[in-house]
Design a protein around this ligand. Structure first.
Ligand code: SF4
Length: 197
């Protein structure tokens, strides 16, 4: 890891800008390699997932679905970097995961922008609407999740692909088989982008 990334991780560890949060600060070597083929941006560390293990997309249903989709796309976990629009775990008063507030996503955006800058993956994947919107605020794009899912969009000198978040709740909007197809399309976009590099 470079000094720049180490500095970024150290700054994140010291951040307590959001008050109503489990401050797990999931960013480090465990997120993946800086020369990744794909940068995945999800929503937030989950209570039973990264908030518990410290490793993105592990230990819960979302993590298992993510890895199954990775296999559908023909992608290797060792070749990707996984992060979130916010780096801590937003909890409700009853202790369950909740959707991050716009103010929290805004507060963490400088860290997301820094990661986009440091992780020079040719393909960036927004996993869900929260990530897609935060990336839009970093560099404008016209993508909407429902209409652009699985499509390759030119963005910031790279390819941006919107996908649904791999949580089981997303199947209420996008059935599982459709999501598998979306991920297979992602695999093609990644192979095409890599062939041009
Ligand atoms: S979510 Fe981001 S901005 Fe909020 S406290 Fe955690 S690191 Fe800081």
């Amino acid at each position: 890891m470079t000094a720049t990334f180490d500095d970024l991780c150290a700054r994140v560890q010291r951040c307590f800008a959001c008050s109503s949060m489990n401050h797990v600060h999931v960013l480090g070597d465990v997120n993946g390699r800086l020369d990744a083929d794909v940068l995945f941006v999800a929503e937030a560390p989950g209570r039973l997932g990264a908030a518990r293990t410290g490793i993105p997309m592990t230990s819960d249903v979302t993590g298992r679905r993510f890895h199954s989709f990775l296999a559908d796309a023909g992608l290797d976990r060792d070749r990707v970097f996984i992060t979130n629009a916010i780096l801590c775990n937003p909890l409700s008063a009853s202790g369950n995961n909740r959707r991050p507030r716009a103010s929290e996503v805004a507060a963490c955006r400088e860290f997301l922008a820094a990661q986009v800058n440091v992780v020079r993956a040719p393909v960036v994947v927004a996993l869900g609407g929260v990530a897609l919107e935060s990336l839009r605020r970093i560099e404008p794009h016209d993508a909407e999740l429902a209409s652009h899912v699985g499509r390759a969009i030119a963005w910031a000198g790279r390819t941006l692909v919107p996908l649904y978040h791999p949580s089981i709740q997303s199947t209420l909007t996008r059935p599982h088989d459709r999501q598998r197809r979306d991920w297979r399309r992602l695999g093609k976009h990644v192979r095409f982008a890599l062939s041009k590099n």
